[in-house]
Design a protein around this ligand. Structure first.
Ligand SMILES: Cc1ncc(COP(=O)(O)O)c(C=O)c1O
Length: 713
């Protein structure tokens, strides 16, 4: 077990040699008690769980954190597990890298809590409310006296509010249940001679903590405005993820997208959306009655993956559609394969045009917790972050599948609304956002409270009224874990991934870039994606295989070794590195790579396969909402060509719709669906109607009368 580091920006003192061990001991002692209370964990006494590291000048700080100019080199050597900053009051107002210290910390390591240490006789400092606290020096130098205050301080930063209350309720308060769910704390399983084994296998706590919203003391997902442990946990997650408001969502980011987009879009409004957005985005657009205008999606035929939309194309589409007054740009800002957008640039383009920027960040909720996901902008001297919602600059909204990459149960998702959006709504007076201030208005002014109220209302539309409490507890805990040890978790995984890639490349006798798809491989084309700020997240490992036959053989070998990948194409296999990936996993995967080294390598350039690009090239000819809800007619897939789709057909994964209600069906769309059926099986196309999984396949289109009526509209 490793200690976590407390980094103290400290003016040297003659007594330091005597004082430092006392401070470290006191912090560790309090931390042990905190962990016992909060996590039921007893930290061993033999070593300090918190290690104190002092830094005496601001210039040493980047070095101590292993942050260099672009944060991408020199990481992972140490100083990588910082969980708390102490800052002497006389240093607090100094500048680093041209920025006030507080802004520098915000840019590079936003999630880590900080305490200003005040000294008698020094001028008083005012610290920001979020993430900062202020404590007198004696709290640290006489820790035995102030033990309870230190424990309290740690609770303020790291106590998972909802999980603690849930645990307390289950272990201490719960008695006889006369409420849902019907298994009644697991009794239905435990008392059954047949189901007892299931109860034993899952463990009793999962059943005892599966409670009903009738337990008012814990909170109700449908009433987030009432102060309860559940709403407190969401407030804390907002602070941890750097948002103005965060909301927990069960049923995944699919539901987050639906609730958010219903809040933001009104019928008849134009939304610029990457066709390569998840189907839930498209579902939400249909439901809202908005008009989608598809951004040019970049299909990479060689690898069988989607690339990003370029900044140039976003700018062009914003300009070309300006007269239609688009309200929202929606992008998947971390693609399945890990292409990250320069979200600050997209936000700038959108704001200039009076359009909001909505980021689907389902795949990368962890970026706020490591300086690796930031980029210095030499021109402005500013540091930008790749996580879409952040306190420096970025998108107005982000949704994250906490469950996909962090420590949460499947379906656990979060919505984050940015500070920038709040400011646009309440403080900005620019004419291009007048529409926004009118939309969410209270007493004639733009009101964040009104926006929040609307969001809650749409969450109530989409949420189950019986959310699973253990899901919610993991959402709470996942954020706290990232604040406490996220930097270490990400750092280790970046290091292991880099080592793994180098070993595989050496074993294959190839450069790394010939084994693993990078930014240019995925994004394709001639653009300098990197110069434009796009970036490939290494935690999505895209291994390239020389041919479809090599890929099939490689996957067979993986299965033989009991290794399950995330997604594959004809010539790539995607491995996700998550906070739960451990070093041994890399070793297992490396063994398979070594065994199959001859299969690994850049695939031969395939003949240009335009089928996918052509299949997703159209724009709707009828409002999707109308097409989805009016009378349709079931026709065979082949007979659908030339008709207007009234339903989705979605190859899954990755879940990008080929048929969307309102689109005129083309030969290429049908051809693509046929190809997916042939290669992946009929079950891979969501929405197709067939009997027993056999042809003929049917799909619904508008009937002729409706087509005539709606096209006229
Ligand atoms: C980009 C994107 N957004 C949203 C979702 C839906 O997330 P969830 O599975 O949490 O509902 C997915 C799922 O794969 C996705 O890829």
């Amino acid at each position: 077990m490793r200690s976590l580091t407390v980094l103290w920006l400290h003016k040297p003192d003659v007594d330091d040699a005597a004082v430092m061990p006392v401070v470290e001991h006191g912090l560790s002692d309090a931390f042990r008690d905190f962990c016992h209370d909060a996590f039921n964990v007893r930290m061993p006494l033999e070593y300090p769980p918190l290690k104190l590291v002092t830094v005496t000048t601001l210039e040493e700080l980047p070095h101590a954190l292993f942050i260099d100019g672009d944060c991408r080199k020199g990481l992972t050597e140490g100083g990588d597990d910082t969980c708390l900053f102490l800052v002497d009051d006389c240093i607090f107002s100094d500048r680093l890298g041209g920025l006030p210290l507080k802004d520098w910390l915000k840019a590079y390591i936003p999630a880590i809590p900080r305490v200003v240490v005040t000294y008698p006789g020094h001028a008083a400092v005012i610290v920001p409310q979020r993430r900062w606290a202020k404590k007198a020096i004696e709290v640290f130098t006489s820790p035995a006296l102030y033990h309870d205050r230190l424990v309290h301080l740690f609770k303020a930063f790291w106590l998972p509010r909802f999980w603690s209350a849930l645990k307390q309720y289950v272990q201490v308060k719960a008695g006889t249940n006369w409420h849902t769910p019907g298994h009644n704390g697991g009794n239905a399983f435990a008392a059954s001679p047949f189901l007892r084994g299931l109860h034993e296998a899952f463990g009793s706590m999962i059943f005892r903590s599966d409670l009903s919203v009738s337990v008012e003391s814990l909170g109700d997902l449908s009433s987030p405005e009432i102060q309860t442990p559940l709403s407190e946990a969401q407030r804390m997650s907002s602070e941890i993820f750097g948002s103005a408001l965060s909301r927990y969502v069960t049923n995944g980011t699919s539901t987050s997208n639906k609730a958010m987009l219903m809040t933001l879009l009104k019928p008849g409004e134009v939304v610029l959306v990457d066709r390569n957005c998840h189907k839930s985005v498209h579902h939400a657009i249909v439901t809202s009655g908005a008009i989608p205008h598809y951004l040019p999606s970049r299909w990479n035929a060689r690898l069988g993956v989607w690339g990003p939309v370029s900044l140039w194309e976003i700018a062009r589409e914003l300009e070309a559609n300006a007269a239609r007054k688009p309200r929202l740009v929606i992008l998947t800002t971390c693609t399945y394969e890990g292409v990250l957008y320069p979200v600050w640039e997209v936000a700038r383009l959108c704001e200039q045009a009076g359009v909001l920027f909505y980021a689907d960040e389902a795949w990368a909720g962890y970026m706020n917790f490591h300086p690796f996901y930031s980029r210095g902008d030499e021109a402005t001297g500013r540091t930008m972050r790749y996580n879409a919602v952040n306190e420096t600059s970025g998108a107005h909204f982000a949704v994250q599948s906490t469950h996909k990459t962090m420590a949460a149960f499947s379906q656990a998702s979060m919505i984050h609304v940015s500070m920038r959006f709040k400011a646009l709504l309440e403080e900005d007076a620019s004419p291009q956002f007048r529409w926004l201030r009118r939309r969410f208005a209270m007493n004639g002014r733009g009101s964040f409270e009104k926006f929040t109220h609307d969001l809650h209302e749409f969450l109530r539309y989409w949420h189950s009224t019986s959310p699973h409490y253990p899901f919610l507890a993991t959402l709470d805990v996942a954020g706290v874990q990232m604040r406490l040890e996220g930097m270490k978790l990400i750092d280790e995984r970046l290091k292991w991934t880099a080592e793994f890639r180098a070993r595989v490349a050496a074993e294959c006798g190839l450069p790394e870039s010939s084994c693993f798809a990078g930014l240019k491989d995925i994004a394709g084309g001639e653009s300098d994606w990197s110069a434009a700020g796009y970036f490939k997240d290494p935690l999505k490992i895209v291994l390239m295989l020389k041919s479809p036959a090599s890929c099939a053989a490689f996957k067979k070998s993986l299965l033989k070794s009991h290794i399950q990948w995330e997604k594959s194409t004809a010539v790539t296999v995607l491995f996700l590195v998550t906070v739960g990936t451990v070093e041994e996993h890399f070793e297992d995967l490396f063994r398979v790579c070594r065994l199959n080294r001859d299969l690994i390598g850049r695939p031969e350039a395939s003949e240009t396969d335009l089928s996918v690009s052509q299949a997703v090239a159209g724009q709707p000819v009828v409002l999707p909402h109308d097409a989805a809800l009016c009378d349709g007619e079931l026709v065979t897939l082949e007979a659908a060509v030339g008709r207007i789709a009234s339903q989705f057909l979605v190859p899954y994964p990755p879940g990008i719709p080929v048929f969307v209600p309102g689109l005129r069906v083309t030969e290429s769309m049908v051809e693509l669906i046929r190809k997916v059926i042939a290669e992946e099986g009929v079950g891979s196309v969501h929405g197709l109607f067939c009997r027993g999984g056999h042809a003929p396949y049917y799909v619904e289109v508008l009937n002729k009368d409706e087509e005539k009526r709606l096209e006229k509209d």
